[in-house]
Write a protein that binds this ligand. Structure first.
Ligand SMILES: C[S@@+](CC[C@H](N)C(=O)[O-])C[C@H]1O[C@@H](n2cnc3c(N)ncnc32)[C@H](O)[C@@H]1O
Length: 276
């Protein structure tokens, strides 16, 4: 696999759609405040693809390791791939803290898949997971390129991890969205691939690439506090739009949200799988 970042520009900045990387403080906020996935999600991925301790997995767009690290307990090895070294550094530390010796962290993007095929060999991978990251990738080309890489019965798992904080059907979320739109001066409508329209495109694209498509969901409810909401928002901002005065930003969000407490979040995790 190529260890060199693709020259292709990677656009991130999920809240506003602006082009900036997940790096510096944004990577720190991501690591600290973005939740992982319920174990039932990992169980579903293992079950769909019949993963065993002999399998190798690739976690594409691995970020700070929300999927990579827990998946390592269920397979022989996981390769976490992401264009942002700061995200990978957090993932590496998280893996070390869990004592996982079967993780590799590689700088790269979806554009590198043809190189993985050359290095790893066709049919060599049990699953390629893509957690909350497909909206940054060229999914049609990606799914076509992944089909020969995965072993028969293996495949691709596309995960979403709830609706963005500012787009939920709750009064506190509507207040957050209004507050952010005023502060950013731009609409905050990016659903980051969690919306039904995007999901339908992904399903069609997987099927067109030759995968057998299945969708499962895991639902749970969480209570958020103001710190995790502010941290979650900051983890989704372009790094050059982070507020210089974090306390003033926190106070602004607190004033907007406090009338709508408690901050209950109904989280729907989508497990979209394509089996070869
Ligand atoms: C929202 S984070 C998701 C992190 C983690 N997988 C999760 O489930 O929380 C999206 C990640 O995708 C990465 N990314 C952006 N463009 C990418 C691309 N073209 N190929 C691979 N990863 C990409 C970003 O650097 C970022 O770490």
């Amino acid at each position: 696999m190529s260890a060199i970042a693709s020259a292709r520009t990677t656009t991130v900045g999920t809240l506003s759609g602006m082009a900036q990387g997940f790096r510096g403080d944004v990577a720190d906020f991501y690591h600290r405040y973005r939740r992982g996935y319920p174990l039932a999600v990992l169980d579903a991925v293992v079950e769909v693809f019949g993963l065993t301790p002999d399998d190798v997995a690739v976690d594409l767009g691995c970020g700070t390791g929300q999927v990579t690290v827990p998946l390592a307990e269920r397979v022989r090895a996981v390769i976490g791939v992401d264009p942002e070294p700061d995200m990978l550094a957090h993932g590496r530390r998280a893996g070390e803290e869990r004592g996982a010796a079967n993780l590799a962290w590689v700088v790269g993007t979806d554009a590198d898949v043809p190189a993985w095929r050359a290095v790893l060999g066709d049919g060599s991978v049990g699953v390629v997971t893509i957690g909350q990251a497909l909206h940054w990738m060229r999914h049609d080309e990606l799914f076509r390129a992944l089909h020969p890489l995965v072993r028969p019965g293996g495949g691709v798992a596309v995960l979403t991890n709830g609706t963005p904080l500012w787009l939920q059907d709750e009064d506190w979320s509507r207040a957050l969205r209004e507050c952010l739109e005023q502060w950013l001066g731009t609409p905050a409508g990016n659903a980051c691939g969690t919306d039904e329209e995007s999901q339908a495109r992904y399903r069609e694209s997987l099927a067109a690439a030759g995968f057998r498509v299945d969708v499962r969901g895991v639902d749970y409810t969480a209570e958020l506090d103001l710190e995790s909401i502010v941290g979650g928002v900051l983890s989704a901002l372009p790094v050059d739009r982070l507020p210089a005065d974090r306390q003033a930003f926190t106070d602004l969000v607190r004033a907007a949200l406090e009338p709508h407490a408690p901050f209950t979040e109904h989280v729907h995790v989508t497990v979209l799988t394509g089996r070869r």
